[in-house]
Design a protein around this ligand. Structure first.
Ligand code: NAP
Length: 454
């Protein structure tokens, strides 16, 4: 029997587990899906916006895999510098697949980035997703004007959440504290700003359209600014998604001003952030330099500047892989070096260690992109099976983890968290509401008052 640990229970980890148990080349494969958190599903639980219920419902598919009789969820165990190092983990399994994602956010590297009121969009997402590591003091939405830097899908998510009324989010599982802050939010203007042109924006068309159809917010673009992009006039040579985006933006530019909502979302382009301006340690505006297309897909600066007022700035300029302790790492790409999913240590394939998902290919693509990515890695692992089966893993992995002082949360522990969240929702007169803190999660998972998380 081949015993495999998958580290990370987000989509890439779960699709890896699924590929492993669905293949027939090696019968009887057993998979433990480990996670640092006591909750499974990674970014589907802690990244997909609460109002995207259809994407959230992917959890049901992931659940089916984690409930497979040859797959076990093992939450609350961190692989890294603590008791459970990668070397120790490899002693417990024939193979380990790291699906740890890209945990950090990219920075702008411009003056003023650390002023109060300037944050990463990923921190904002963690807060409204009830991630237990989110800053406990949360977000004060006293700002009138917010600037979101970047025009990818994360930028669209945070702009949309800022522009939605709390009542629209009440039926979701958004945590109660975030709902309370959104209910008294003073944000009226949201500016979402791209450094290149509309034809180069990274958001997908469905997400863009949704921004234009919010019940209480008006999405606007400036026709003259869009026209700076040559591909806007002639989108024929663009990839399909960009062509569709251009078509939506053109509809918005051509539409008569609606002014129907109490909030506005303005999409801006060809503005490169150069500095965050502040007063008394708090951000007051973002200074942008206007850019123009360089004819080669990039932009060049013009020496002309524009300040946009902002008491809240969210930078949504992409995720970045963090070096996983004890694993090789390429800082330039933010990924673990690999060959078809086989981890490379000192440029040579490390038998027994594999990667899949964002830590393998970088933080791009939609959830479904993880399927073929996981399949490729599993094909490499299975091709190595006869070699891997010569290794002799030590004893029962969960017993070994307990001996190391860890306290794994198994599937019943996760189900207890789900029940506690349903009960919390009932008490608040809402549907299931997420528990936002470690203490609450562990109390539910362990079913006792001993909350220590080793
Ligand atoms: P992304 O798609 O890579 O977009 C990053 C944005 O930041 C781009 O507009 C980029 O502009 C801009 N940017 C980067 N560095 C910048 C700088 N120094 N100054 C100004 N702008 C800068 O990243 P993301 O939005 O974090 O999304 C990550 C992945 O998750 C994507 O594959 C996304 O589709 C996926 N996702 C999907 C959904 C969904 O399906 N609903 C939701 C969230 C995330 P340039 O293009 O000029 O570099």
């Amino acid at each position: 029997m081949l015993r495999v640990a998958v580290v990370g229970s987000g989509p890439s980890g779960v699709y890896t587990a699924q590929s492993l148990v669905e293949q027939s080349a090696v019968p009887g494969v057993r998979v433990h899906v480990l996670d640092r958190l006591p909750c499974p599903y990674g970014l589907v639980r802690y990244g997909v916006a609460p109002d995207h219920e259809k994407i959230k419902s992917l959890q049901n598919n992931l659940r089916t895999v984690l409930e497979h009789d040859r797959v076990s969820f093992v939450g609350g165990v961190e692989v890294g510098t603590g008791a459970l190092t990668p070397a120790r983990l490899l002693e417990l399994y024939h193979a380990v697949v790291y699906c740890v994602g890209a945990a950090k956010d990219r920075r702008l590297g411009i003056p003023g980035e650390d002023l109060a009121g300037s944050c990463s969009a990923t921190d904002f997402v963690s807060w409204y997703s009830a991630h237990p590591d989110a800053a406990s003091n949360g977000f004060d939405l006293g700002a009138r004007s917010a600037v979101v830097i970047g025009v990818g899908n994360v930028a669209v998510d945070v702009a949309r959440i800022l522009a939605r009324g709390a009542e629209e989010l009440r039926p979701t599982d958004v945590p109660q504290t975030a709902l309370g802050a959104l209910a008294v939010s003073r944000v009226r203007a949201v500016h979402m700003v791209g450094r290149r042109g509309p034809s180069q924006a990274r958001f997908t068309t469905k997400e863009l359209r949704e921004l234009g159809s919010l019940p209480d917010a008006d999405a606007r673009v400036d026709a003259a600014e869009l026209a700076l992009d040559p591909a806007f006039a002639d989108p024929a040579g663009l990839p399909a998604v960009n062509r569709r985006n251009v078509a939506v933006l053109r509809e918005w530019a051509d539409a008569a001003p609606r002014d129907h909502g109490s909030r506005s979302i303005r999409l801006r382009f060809f503005l490169r952030p150069v500095e965050l301006l502040g007063e008394g340690g708090r951000v007051t505006a973002v200074r942008f330099e206007r850019t123009v297309p360089d004819g080669d897909g990039g932009v060049r600066p013009t020496g002309l500047f524009e300040d946009i007022e902002a008491q809240l700035v969210l930078r949504a300029v992409g995720y970045r892989g963090a070096p996983p302790a004890g694993l090789p790492f390429d800082p330039a790409s933010g990924t673990v070096p690999h060959l078809a999913g086989r981890m490379l240590r000192d440029a040579a394939a490390a038998p027994g260690e594999y990667v899949a998902g964002w830590i393998k290919r970088g933080p791009t693509g939609v959830i479904g992109t993880n399927r073929p990515c996981a399949k490729e890695t599993v094909a490499s692992l299975l091709a190595d099976a006869s070699l891997l089966l010569r290794r002799r893993p030590l004893g029962d992995p969960l017993d070994a983890m307990r001996k190391l002082g860890l306290r794994p949360v198994e599937w019943p522990g996760w189900l207890a968290i789900e029940e506690a969240e349903a009960a919390l929702g009932l008490a608040l007169g809402r549907r299931s509401v997420k528990i936002p803190d470690w203490e609450g999660l562990l109390r539910a998972a362990y079913g006792d008052t001993s909350l220590q998380h080793p």
